[in-house]
Every structure is written in structure tokens, then in C-alpha cells.
Write a protein that binds this ligand. Structure first.
Ligand SMILES: [Zn+2]
Length: 737
């Protein structure tokens, strides 16, 4: 029993106090998120609830009611999308089928632990939860035809690194017409705001703009099915999907949150007893199963113990979660007869093929990925097969340019000896047929050449040279990217910034954006350094999860194997990440647009000396993990692998080469604050000198030197302009087309 409340504290638990994992339901939290973006949902929900009040007046339980084994009135075609990153979350077909089997036992009131339903006397009143338990007459069947009419086993597998941050943002990666299929997404983790420990969430039946693309439920793999990765120890394990499916069919939680009034029809259902529950850090879920008379509401009539048996409540421990009541079933029938009537229509059952119960042998669908497909010569690449839809008996890979150039293994490992981009082909064959997937230019192998010693800056203040120099951004979430801005900068006139994404407004919280450097020679440079400046203000967490500052993190990594493995070197955590102080006023409201007004609003991050490996091939990576704070600015990224203190001079040098790459000629420009001894040479990637451009004294001011392709007989390729200014060395990569 609960009143219609839009915020459920269960969805946002961050702490667990027992050894048992306590994964809760994120449905109410999800509804609150959706209602903020689609205010029409509030009215739609009222209309939905009012509709049920009318429906139940003339509701007649069908004749099949409680007749175990009778044929189901409602058959629902199901598609399960496994969104995985080649980890344990890529669960087996058998584990998926175990969940479908359990859904059918639970919705047909056929679970084996029904013996634990109570029938007793409480305060002198006889009650029977046993008699209230009702067959919902719903049967779930994995689809046998996909939306195009092809043979399917009802299971789709898609690889995505975002599987540990599951939310509505991921669903469009793989979704079948939600009017024809019950879509279930299985992921590694669910990302509902800043919360952890969400086992699943559902979308209620009432529609809203765009809602058809996200309709269904999302469940973590450890609570899907009862074999494989879903094992005892997770709470509540196999009943999670039953609970979420209850929401999907219009049921609310019986418990009350926030203010308790213990009203009889809080959940719009009259035959569940009034229940009150507010999560605390000591009791994130209801751990009262040891008391069969536990009764959270004592002021109402009938005053009965809380229905620990109900699938829609959240008791943990040895409670038997094993029943829906008569009215809960009536409410699900209301949804099936109105909002979801297209799913079980005769026409749809024929289209989705679920009336045919004989097993079919579908053609497999070839699918693979490699977690390290952009790498350097000498690194081996592993390839992961995740073909699906049918049995595979033979794998036939081709790796033109690789060693070996073909394989029949399920997960082969390949090396490439020459820089370039390469296609990969996989043919899978099974009793249902064969399928081929070709991924053109799937593998990129870079030459293992590092930039020579010198001083380097990432010069995004005038153009995109930084990309040509081999710097790149990588994103965990495709929806939030760094942008160049002239609104603020540490020096020069521009910086890169990651726009704010106010907490709970968009759905990309918790993802990481990274800046990755090209390779540099740091051998024999004990005083080398890598440094950058950033500006950032934290946001405020919702009060429902304790308020306080958002929880961002900056991490700097180095790699000496061309980015195959990264070693963390420094971490700037939540308490020290703000560049505008650590008091309450430094936490900005999401309506405020943080822009650092001066250099005092920036922080400098430096790693230097022995922190940087003494290695001829060093790459750097800056990770920024976002949790809902304000704008993040990044600027003045620089490094010195020479032994002198080149930094001061470089600030004033403003070294540039434009255009770059160039076809016939380019211009080298730099600025001298006073008269200096200057030597400028062109060297090739092996370090061999091609030409000396200048050697002598130069006066103060901007200097400009033209570099002509034919003048120096440059062939196409990569060269370096090497400057020696009063004994300090600088270098600039140039590309001749
Ligand atoms: Zn729930």
C-alpha cells in the first residue's frame, strides 16, 4: 500500500550494511526522471489509475483463474537484449531461458515455495494470504520471428562498453518494436543517477513522447535467471524480473515512502495490507523476515502483517517472495486489455511466431569485437566472438596482414608487423546456416615511433593541430564530448570544455572522457614532466541521496606499451577537485554556468621526474570521470622531455606550423622576447638531418620561415622541425602530403 509518490528511496541506496548484496528496484526513480523531462506523464499516470478504478467495477476473474495448468489467456512475445562487453554479463542462452521459465512459474502461480504463504490469526482476526495468491494467466515466450520475419531465438547480443552503466540511453542500441515484443535488456550494472545497487527497473505502461523506444525492463545479469551468474547471495535474485514485469504491467510498490499515512489504496490495490517503509543506511531493504507478524502500519483496519510474500514488496532474507494478489492480477489484466493489448493479439502472436512451440534451428548471426583494435606494431590483439541467434559449430576468421592471417578458434589472438589499417572477416557456420560479417578497416596499427625529446604543447587555441599531432579524445558515452571554447582559457584564447550535464537531467552520469597523447621519448630525462591546467566546479547531489558535492575524479595515467596498458600516476578526488574552493559556496547549482574568470580559478596538475618512466615510448592519458557537476575546462596541456627548463621559454615561443599537413609549402612561426641564438633543422623520423633552415642570432619579435617541399626535396611523410634556442630544444611534427 502506498500513496502515489514519485520518489522511492529504495532506488538510490548507496550503502549496504550486510555481506549480502542488496540490489533494489529503480522503477520509481526512473519514473521521477522521466516525469521531469515529460511532465505530461503525471497526468497520464492519474488517467491510468482512474482507468483501473473504472475497469475493476465490472472486472470478472476469468474462468481459468487459479486453475493451475490451464492454458494462458495472455501470451507475450519476448526479446532479450544482452548488452555486454565480453564479460560475465554476456550470459548464456540457458540462463536466459531459466528466467523465462521462472517468469512463467511466478505469473501462473506455480512456484514451489507457495507452501510458505501465511494463513493465520493476527490480533484475533483470521487472514489467508494463501487464498489471495492468484494465477495471472500470463505466459512469456521468447520470440521466434524477429521484426523482419527472420528466424530468431529471441535473444540479441550487442557489445557496448557502457554495459556497466545501463539506462535508457543504451536501449536504442538494440530495441524491437515495443508494441509487438516485451523488450528485456540485461546489463552488467544499472546507472540511475548516482546510485549503486539497482537490480532492475521498469517502464510503466502509460505512454509519453518517445516512450515507445524505451518500453520494457532492464535487469542486471546477476539477478536474471537462476543459473550461471545469477546465484543465491544476490537479493532478491530470480524474483527481480517478476517484480519488474509487475511494474511493466502497471503494479506499484505496496510500501509507502517519505510520509507514512498507511492508506489502504496507496498502491491502488485494496487486497494488499497497508505497508510503510523508508530505507535507511541501516536498513536499505526490509530485513524483517525473521518476524512473521511484522506489521509496519498499525492504525488501519484491517490491521494485518505486512505481506512479505508479495513480489512487489522488497523484503530480503528468508522471506518467500512468491505471490500476486487477486487485485494485482486484475490490474495487470486491465493493462493487458488496454495499454498492452497489441502484444497478445492473435495477429501479433502469428507475426512473432510464438504459437509454434517446436524448437527451431535458426541461422547464427556473426558478431565479434576486439578491445584493443587501435594499437602499435608488436602488440597482440585478441578477438572475441559473440555470435548469437543459433548454434555455431565452425569459426572461420580472416586477418589479411596479420599473423596468423586466418584462424578457426573462437577467440583468436593476432599480431601485425606493418603499420596500417586492416579488414577483419568472420564466418560462422552451424546447423541453421552460416553468416558472414566483414568489418572494413577494423584494425589500426600504428608505427611505434615516439616524438623526439623536446617541449610540446597542445595548441588548440588556433586550430585542430593537436589532432594532427596525434592527440585524441575518447569517450565512454557518445553523448558528451569536449568542445573548443573561447569563453575561457588558462592562456592564449581558447580551451577545451566538457559541458555540464546537470544531475539526473541527462543520462550519462558516471562516464569518463579521456585525452590521450601520442608517444614521446622520455629516455634519459630525469627532469621531464607532463602538465595541464583545469577549471571545475562541483554540483550538488539530490537531497534524496544525502546532498553534498558531486563526486568527480581526474586521473593521469602513463603507458609504455603504446596504450595497451595504463598505469595510474596521480588521482584528484572529490575533496580536492574543485578549483574554486571546498566550502558550500563552491558547489554550484546546475542553473549556474561555471566559467573560470581568471587564472586563479584554474589548477595546475604536474607529474614529473621519476613518476614518468625512463622509456623511449611514453604515452599520457587524462581521465575525467563525470558525476553531474558543472562545466569542466582543460587547457595548457604540455610536456617536456628535454632536460632543461624549457617551459618558461615555450610559453612565449608560440611555436606554430601552418598549414600542417602541407602539399607544397608551409610556414614556421615563433616569437622571441629578446635576441637569441637559434638553430633550426628538419629531421626525419629516424632522426637523420634533412636540412638546416637557420643557424645564427635572431632579434626579438615574431619570426617566420617558409619550408618548401621541393626546396628541401621532401618526400611524403612525417618530419620534425627541431629548434635549439639558447640551448633549449623544441620540436614540431610536420606532415608532407
Ligand atoms: Zn520496484
Amino acid at each position: 500500500m502506498k500513496k502515489l509518490l514519485l520518489i522511492a528511496s529504495l532506488a538510490i541506496l548507496g550503502t549496504t550494511s550486510s555481506l549480502q548484496a542488496q540490489n533494489s528496484c529503480g522503477t520509481d526513480h526512473d519514473f521521477a526522471e522521466k516525469a521531469r523531462k515529460h511532465p505530461e506523464l503525471i497526468e497520464a499516470r492519474k488517467k491510468f489509475d482512474a482507468g483501473f478504478k473504472e475497469y475493476i467495477k465490472s472486472y470478472k476473474p476469468s474462468s481459468g483463474l487459479n486453475k493451475k495448468g490451464s492454458s494462458p489467456k495472455y501470451i507475450i512475445p519476448v526479446v532479450v537484449h544482452v548488452l555486454h562487453d565480453n564479460g560475465a554479463e554476456n550470459i548464456s542462452d540457458a540462463q536466459i531461458k531459466s528466467e523465462i521459465d521462472f517468469l512463467n512459474l511466478s505469473f501462473r502461480n506455480l512456484v514451489s515455495d507457495s507452501i510458505n504463504r501465511r494463513q493465520d490469526t493476527f490480533n484475533g482476526t483470521f487472514y489467508s494470504y494463501k487464498q489471495l495468491a492468484t494465477d495471472a494467466e500470463v505466459e512469456f515466450r521468447l520470440a521466434k520471428n524477429d521484426p523482419q520475419g527472420n528466424c530468431t531465438n529471441g535473444i540479441v547480443r550487442v557489445q557496448t562498453p557502457l554495459t556497466n552503466k545501463g539506462n535508457d540511453e543504451l536501449k536504442p542500441i538494440s530495441v524491437w518494436d515495443t508494441k509487438r515484443y516485451y523488450n528485456i535488456w540485461v546489463v552488467r550494472g544499472i546507472n540511475k543517477g548516482n546510485s549503486v545497487g539497482v537490480a532492475g527497473y521498469a517502464q510503466f505502461p502509460m505512454g509519453f513522447s518517445g516512450g515507445a523506444s524505451t518500453d520494457g525492463i532492464m535487469v542486471i545479469h546477476q539477478e536474471f535467471g537462476n543459473i550461471g551468474t545469477s546465484q543465491a547471495g544476490q537479493t532478491p535474485n530470480v524474483t527481480t524480473s517478476t517484480h519488474e514485469t509487475g511494474h511493466w504491467l502497471g503494479l506499484y510498490h505496496p510500501f509507502q515512502t517519505q510520509v507514512d499515512t498507511c492508506e489502504m489504496n496507496g498502491d491502488e490495490i485494496l487486497d494488499t495490507p497497508p505497508t510503510y517503509f523508508t530505507a535507511t543506511s541501516n536498513e536499505p531493504l526490509r530485513n524483517r523476515c525473521n518476524n512473521k507478524n511484522f506489521n509496519s502500519c498499525t492504525m488501519d483496519v484491517p490491521d494485518l502483517p505486512d505481506m512479505q510474500e508479495n513480489y512487489m514488496d522488497y523484503f530480503i532474507g528468508n522471506c518467500a517472495s512468491n505471490m500476486f494478489t487477486k487485485e494485482q492480477v486484475a490490474r495487470m489484466h486491465y493493462v493487458l486489455e488496454t495499454y498492452r493489448s497489441g502484444l497478445w493479439s492473435a495477429e501479433n502472436l502469428a507475426l512473432t511466431g510464438v504459437l509454434n512451440q517446436t524448437p527451431s534451428n535458426c541461422k547464427p548471426i556473426a558478431a565479434f569485437n576486439s578491445p584493443s583494435r587501435n594499437t602499435c606494431i608488436g602488440n597482440s590483439l585478441s578477438f572475441n566472438d559473440y555470435s548469437f541467434n543459433g548454434t555455431v559449430t565452425n569459426y572461420n576468421w580472416s586477418f589479411p596482414g596479420g599473423t596468423p592471417s586466418s584462424s578457426t578458434a573462437k577467440r583468436p589472438t593476432i599480431k601485425y608487423d606493418v603499420a596500417g589499417t586492416y579488414d577483419v572477416t568472420l564466418i560462422v557456420t552451424g546447423p541453421g546456416g552460416s553468416d558472414t560479417i566483414v568489418k572494413p578497416n577494423y584494425v589500426t596499427i600504428q608505427a611505434n615511433t615516439a616524438n623526439p625529446k623536446g617541449f610540446y604543447t597542445v595548441d588548440w587555441w588556433y586550430q585542430n593541430n593537436w589532432q594532427e599531432q596525434g592527440w585524441s579524445f575518447e569517450y565512454e558515452s557518445p553523448n558528451r564530448k569536449f568542445e573548443r571554447t573561447t569563453a575561457a582559457s588558462y592562456n592564449q584564447n581558447a580551451s577545451m570544455f566538457l559541458p555540464k550535464d546537470p544531475f539526473n537531467q541527462l543520462m550519462t552520469v558516471g562516464t569518463t572522457a579521456s585525452l590521450i597523447s601520442p608517444s614521446f621519448d622520455f629516455s634519459g630525462t630525469p627532469t621531464g614532466y607532463f602538465a595541464f591546467d583545469y577549471a571545475f566546479a562541483q554540483g550538488r547531489l539530490p537531497s534524496s541521496i544525502g546532498g553534498g558535492a558531486t563526486n568527480e575524479e581526474i586521473k593521469v595515467y602513463v603507458s609504455t606499451d603504446c596504450g595497451k596498458t595504463w598505469t595510474p600516476k596521480t588521482t584528484i578526488g572529490s575533496s580536492s577537485i574543485s578549483t574554486i574552493g571546498n566550502n558550500a559556496s563552491s558547489i554550484l547549482a546546475s542553473s549556474v554556468n561555471f566559467v573560470p574568470a581568471d587564472q586563479g580559478k584554474w589548477k595546475d596538475v604536474v607529474i614529473s621526474g621519476a613518476t614518468i618512466p625512463n622509456n623511449s615510448n611514453v604515452k599520457f592519458k587524462i581521465d575525467f570521470k563525470y558525476q553531474g557537476g558543472n562545466n569542466f575546462f582543460l587547457d595548457n596541456v604540455r610536456l617536456g622531455s628535454n632536460t632543461g627548463n624549457g617551459e618558461l621559454l615555450s610559453e612565449e615561443l608560440k611555436l606554430s606550423v601552418q598549414p600542417n599537413p602541407f602539399a607544397s609549402s608551409t610556414k614556421l612561426r615563433y616569437f622571441l622576447s629578446n635576441r637569441k641564438q637559434v638553430e633550426i633543422r628538419i629531421i626525419d623520423i629516424t632522426g637523420k638531418e634533412i636540412a638546416t633552415l637557420f643557424n645564427g642570432e635572431q632579434t626579438a619579435g615574431t619570426q617566420e620561415i617558409e619550408i618548401g617541399k621541393s626546396q628541401f626535396q621532401l618526400s611524403s611523410g612525417i618530419y620534425f622541425v627541431s629548434l635549439n634556442i639558447d640551448g633549449q630544444k623544441f620540436s614540431k611534427k610536420i606532415v608532407v602530403e
